[in-house]
Design a protein around this ligand. Structure first.
Ligand code: FRU
Ligand code: FRU
Length: 490
């Protein structure tokens, strides 16, 4: 790969596959991630997008409809999937799972009050209402069920974070999610570190002409807690990330079920653990930095990884950790909601991240990032000019990010328009709206954005602007694949 003037060359990655249990972790290096800034236009003026259009989600308008009819805040969402990540409908209904919270809360307070909720709508409808036509079904789990797994019941907050849902044997559901207990003082500081666990719970799905409902989910199976060897624990770093399980089967390893999830490299917070391999510069690159130079800037406080585990039993309640499949040491602190997407014999790892979680000296937009290889464990090639950026929200990297609650006056109004992108069959991508607008005029979201579509070809991932209206599809559109319907029509 050729270097852009003023920037280093990206790291060479072979895409070679390794066995799932091998001790090989692909690196998203600083040399790779610096390609993001290399493609940003240094002349882009205040409120313009500095990033290439082909990797930018079209701008979402401020007057969005609300999918819940003002009943709940909605953010991270996913649908029913089978082992191959196809999205079946059930008895003629489409079903979506979302993190939801009471609208009386401020939108930024949602994380410690999140619960799993669900929505349904008829499949195969030609014209839908503007807001997607969903009916809010309520909460998924019985009251108190997800808190019962914690030995220490003295939590200040107990909440349910993201995951995924698989459908088996007709109407059996297994929900893989993150059960979280917080132990906070009145001032918001930690009395002890929060406790996120990967949990599975089984239930049943039912539908008739009037709608969809669920039963079960009383027994909650504690699948995995961070181990401190591959995945950082609360003892190592009270701000650690460990969440968002996504399970799938790999046609290359039939009979096994795997899980990817968000983690951090298992070092103590502040340990100067980044290596020259994490930098990834070619020998003699004039724009290289040493690991010490990056760590002198504080980059070693950002140590994300994507974890892998393999199921030990058919009920998928018991799992064994494998080494991480990707690390972003000294690059970024969060690689969230990872998923494996198989297309044309290639394995794509997609994961979301924030502009604000990049390490010192690295910058990039909110959005979904992609890595392609020949297997679930590969020397992954970051997509798009070696950078990893698959689809960003419009952003101007010449100006500070601001925050969703206080946007920077010079930022593009779409900087925080969408997050938690999830890539669906045929390259469709759904996400939720966070904030649209700039400092003088912005609105908060809490509902799903318009669905967009990516063309995924080798290591090129580009926005399909012929989809919908100038690239924006329908609001809150999470379609099932009709070919995969389960259970027939009621
Ligand atoms: C992404 C995310 C997930 C987490 C959830 C918590 O938007 O940070 O990683 O499960 O939100 O609200
Ligand atoms: C559907 C339904 C659902 C409800 C369930 C209660 O017929 O009314 O709306 O959740 O049955 O059993």
């Amino acid at each position: 790969p050729e270097a852009i003037p003023g920037f280093p060359a990206p790291t060479v990655h072979t895409q070679e596959a390794y066995a799932p249990e091998d001790d090989f972790t692909a690196k998203w290096t600083r040399a790779d991630a610096r390609q993001i800034k290399a493609m940003s236009d240094p002349a882009a003026a205040s409120r313009e997008n500095s990033m290439p259009d082909e990797y930018t989600m079209p701008t979402v308008p401020q007057d969005f409809p609300d999918m819940s009819n003002e009943q709940v805040w909605v953010w991270d969402s996913w649908t029913l999937t089978d082992g191959s990540s196809a999205q079946p409908s059930f008895k003629g209904w489409e079903v979506v799972f979302s993190l939801v919270a009471d609208r009386k809360l401020g939108f930024d307070d949602r994380h410690t009050y999140a619960k799993l909720g669900y929505f349904f709508r008829k499949a195969d409808v030609a014209e839908r209402p503007e807001n997607g036509g969903w009916t809010y079904g309520g909460l998924v789990f019985p009251e108190g069920a997800s808190g019962a797994i914690f030995e220490d019941q003295s939590f200040s907050h107990q909440t349910e974070w993201s995951g995924s849902t698989r459908i088996f044997d007709g109407n059996k559901l297994r929900i893989f999610y993150t059960a979280v207990a917080f132990y906070r003082n009145e001032d918001g500081s930690n009395r002890k570190p929060y406790d996120p666990r990967l949990v599975q719970s089984e239930g049943r799905l039912f539908a008739d002409d009037n709608g969809v409902w669920m039963t079960g989910f009383r027994d909650q199976h504690d699948m995995l807690q961070a181990d401190g060897e591959y995945y950082q624990t609360g003892e190592q770093n009270e701000f650690f990330n460990f969440r968002d399980p996504f399970t799938f089967e790999d046609p290359t390893h039939p009979g096994k079920t795997f899980m990817v999830f968000e983690g951090n490299s298992a070092f103590a917070r502040g340990e100067r653990a980044c290596t020259e391999e994490d930098m990834g510069y070619a020998p003699g690159d004039p724009h290289a930095e040493t690991a010490d130079e990056a760590m002198d800037m504080g980059a070693h406080f950002q140590m994300a990884n994507v974890g892998l585990a393999v199921a030990d039993n058919a009920a998928l309640t018991e799992w064994t950790f494998l080494p991480p499949i990707l690390s972003a040491n000294c690059v970024n602190d969060q690689t969230e909601r990872p998923q494996i997407y198989i297309k044309d014999g290639k394995y794509y790892l997609f994961t979301i991240t924030h502009r604000g979680t990049y390490a010192a000296g690295i910058d990039g937009p909110e959005g979904v990032y992609g890595f392609v290889g020949n297997g679930i464990r590969s020397d992954f090639q970051p997509v798009n000019r070696g950078s990893g950026l698959a689809l960003g929200s419009p952003a101007n990297l010449n100006f500070p990010a601001g925050t969703p609650f206080a946007p920077n006056p010079d930022q593009h109004p779409g900087q925080f328009q969408a997050y938690s992108h999830y890539v669906m069959p045929d390259g469709l991508v759904q996400s939720f709206i966070d904030t649209i607008g700039t400092s003088d005029d912005f609105v908060r979201g809490g509902t799903l954005a318009p669905t967009v579509r990516l063309d995924i070809e080798g290591d090129d991932v580009t926005v399909d602007r012929s989809y919908g209206t100038n690239g924006l599809g329908q609001w809150a559109d999470i379609p099932s694949g009709y070919a995969h319907e389960i259970g027939g029509t009621p």
